[in-house]
Design a protein around this ligand. Structure first.
Ligand code: BV8
Ligand code: ZN
Length: 248
């Protein structure tokens, strides 16, 4: 561990140790070491398409089979990945804080829950769940492969992934709970996100406005880095366990 990191880790631990209420925001970067691609790592392209063009209501209207190919591939990937030490470090932090801990995730991969995190707010939905566009019924289909154009068992309507697409509103209740948690936290930990997507990235400003200490863990500086108190530069699978160890 280079001395610079150790100094940043010490500063981060000094902020986190006394915190009674901690909120965490995670992005695709925390799952990278589990083998899941991030959005903007490979130039954010999928089958030559920008994610913003595949993950939208218009794309689903235009070509539902293409959108389902995108999501069925990502669902299939879930069978090959497991939580990494970064996810597990957040489970340990929740055990230390109990009800004072809230994990807000932009990820739809379900790896936080698989690792054992309990209070998880999936502000962008989840890959395991599907929703009927007609009767709105939501079912958890795990990671079983789905038909190219899956239909609702109840009303035969078209099913869609239960995720929040670009230009769609976030689930109101989940989002409000996330904002409440960030507004009342003493320390806000931002992990593995480029902080480009809103309103999620706006939580960083909510935390700062309320005077919370903000710690970021990322492989490289992000759009949030200029607004955080401590930046832990490195893979979250290493930085988070090191940080939790320093709390003892
Ligand atoms: C909304 C679910 C309004 C789906 C996702 C025009 C019209 C309307 C809205 C907009 C518009 N123009 C812009 C907007 C806003 C838009 C937006 O922010 N666009 C961006 C592209 C500019 N936002 C929206 O549309 C949102 N909705 O605004 O609605 C509204 C309001 C009321 C009523 C109606 C409408 C909806 C946004 C949600 C979109 N859905 N996901 C799916 O997953 O398929 S977003 C998607 O991006 C994922 O959730 C992902 O998590 C998220 C953010 O990406 P990151 O997680 O940050 O991942 P990224 O690859 O970018 O970065 C990875 C980071 O990890 C990097 O920093 C890297 O350095 C780091 N890293 C890599 N490896 C490691 C690591 N760090 C640590 N360790 C490592 N090993
Ligand atoms: Zn239905």
């Amino acid at each position: 561990m280079a001395p610079a990191d150790d100094d940043a880790l010490d500063r981060a631990a000094r902020l986190l140790r006394p915190a009674k209420r901690v909120a965490v925001l995670t992005g695709a970067g925390i799952s990278a070491e589990s083998g899941l691609a991030t959005f903007r790592g490979a130039g954010g392209l999928w089958e030559g398409q920008r994610v913003e063009d595949v993950a939208t209501p218009r794309a689903f209207e235009r070509d539902p089979a293409l959108v389902w190919r995108f999501y069925n591939l990502r669902r299939a990937n879930l069978a090959t990945v497991a939580p990494n030490p970064g996810h597990l470090a957040l489970v340990a932090l929740e055990q230390r804080l109990g009800p004072g801990f809230t994990l807000v995730t932009q990820n739809v991969d379900g790896l936080h829950q698989a690792a054992g995190s309990r209070n998880v707010l999936e502000i962008h939905g989840g890959l395991r769940r599907v929703r009927c566009v007609v009767c709105e019924r939501v079912t958890d289909r795990g990671i079983e492969p789905l038909a190219d154009l899956p239909r609702c068992e109840k009303c035969d309507g078209m099913l869609r992934p239960d995720v929040v697409w670009f230009e769609e509103a976030l689930p109101e209740d989940v989002w409000q709970r996330a904002v409440d948690a960030v507004q009342t936290c003493d320390c806000f930990l931002v992990v593995g996100t480029s902080a480009i997507v809103y309103p999620a990235a706006g939580l960083i400003d909510v935390a700062r406005m309320e005077g919370a200490d903000v710690i970021e863990a990322n492989l490289q500086p992000s759009a949030a880095s200029s607004r955080v108190d401590v930046l832990l530069l490195g893979p979250s699978g290493t930085m988070l366990p090191e940080l939790i160890k320093k709390l003892e």
